[in-house]
Design a protein around this ligand. Structure first.
Ligand code: SF4
Length: 378
């Protein structure tokens, strides 16, 4: 059996960790050693002199939701007087502001609304693309897509094909929490379970689409279940190659039904981020989660496996409802990158550089880790 140092050497050299080996690393308290190894892997995958960020706006088109997630402070039950659905005009105003700030994308997500069939979402996508053809719609996480199949009583593939035809550009990997049914059953009701979450991503990838993958940890899961989550993502990525990036963050308990859960700290965040970089050898990009960790730890994540500062996040209602108060300006994001000796560069959802003066350029077009190149879709 390899020592922790031996396992780190194996991962740095490009060896694939087994679930048992991943778990041993996640149990390790050698944070500095984990960070050093994760950073070596990051620099092997991203030898460039820059680190990236994105500018987009999180538009939560409704907070009405039929599901009950104990960790969520954002949703309102159907018929709640505090429920809302944004009008097209309200959404257009938010996109106007995003474009004015240099953004090229919106993150369009909402609760699981009981009334709207697929036509409602198609109409919304077409309205947005008609007015803002240049803006990528990164929209509808797997729980929403799965919910659409139930409300519309249509097969998953048809739902995704119709959304794509109406202008959906890419899929955010939200609502994954921990992709283990024991955990999901303990903290959610009325929401997609593990196999169906993965299947939404699978079919989207089969249609040529790209999506991200996420993990919210630090609640009722065990460390072994965190590794199981990473393993399921790695397996699907072997199959489709459609995940562009992985983002993990710690559960934010304030104002939720799980408010007495002790929050996972920075040590736990950095350790998990580093192990994710070492374990997910086929997912090219890892984003820092400064929204939940703040600027300093968000910056440190760039030395613990992340190669991207994530989005400027012009609006982030879901985490804000849970009491997280971290807001960064564009300059602070750029400073976080440049203080580490890297050039800050703006990218799009496909991790192509789009800042002024740059040709649209893939960050790692020839990376041997980009095992399943797919056509860029937007
Ligand atoms: S996390 Fe999403 S699915 Fe769960 S209650 Fe909140 S809005 Fe609804």
């Amino acid at each position: 059996m390899l020592s922790v140092d031996g396992l780190l050497e194996k991962a740095v050299a490009g060896g694939r960790l087994t679930p048992e080996e991943g778990l041993r690393l996640l149990e390790s308290h050698h944070l500095a050693a984990l960070g050093r190894a994760a950073d070596e892997v990051t620099r092997r995958l991203h030898a460039e002199n820059y680190r990236t960020y994105n500018i987009d706006r999180n538009i939560n088109y409704t907070n009405v939701c039929t599901a009950v997630c104990d960790f969520c402070a954002f949703y309102r039950r159907p018929k709640s007087p505090e429920g809302y659905v944004l009008t097209h005009e309200e959404i257009f105003d938010k996109i106007d502001e995003t474009v004015a700030l240099g953004g090229d994308q919106i993150l369009l997500q909402g609760g699981l609304h009981p009334d709207y069939k697929i036509e409602w979402y198609e109409e919304l996508l077409r309205a947005i693309k008609g007015r803002f053809p240049q803006v990528n719609i990164h929209g509808f996480s797997p729980p929403e897509i799965y919910h659409f199949t139930k409300v519309s009583k249509l097969p998953l593939r048809e739902i995704l094909e119709r959304l794509k035809a109406a202008g959906l550009g890419s899929l955010p990997g939200g609502g994954a929490e921990i992709l283990v049914d024991r955990v999901r059953a303990a903290i959610t009701r009325g929401k997609v379970m593990t196999d169906d979450w993965l299947n939404v991503s699978r079919v989207w990838h089969q249609l040529g689409g790209r999506s991200s993958a996420t993990m919210m940890f630090g609640h009722v899961e065990t460390l072994a279940e965190r590794i199981e989550h990473l393993e399921r993502l790695r397996q699907l990525q072997d199959e489709t190659g459609g995940f562009t990036a992985f983002i993990c963050w710690t559960f934010q308990p304030d104002h939720t039904d799980m408010a007495d859960t002790p929050p996972a700290g920075s040590f736990e965040y950095l350790r998990t981020n580093a192990v994710a970089r070492l374990y997910l050898d086929n997912i090219p990009n890892i984003q820092s989660s400064w929204v939940t960790q703040g600027q300093k730890i968000g910056q440190l994540a760039l030395l613990y496996g992340a190669n991207d500062m994530g989005s400027l996040m012009i609006e982030e209602n879901v985490v804000a409802e849970a009491g997280t108060v971290h807001h960064l300006t564009l300059q602070q994001i750029k400073d976080s990158i440049s203080e580490l000796g890297y050039v800050p560069r703006q990218r799009n959802v496909h991790y192509q550089l789009i800042d002024e003066g740059s040709e649209v350029e893939s960050l790692h077009p020839h990376s041997r880790h980009n095992l399943h190149p797919l056509p860029v879709v937007s």
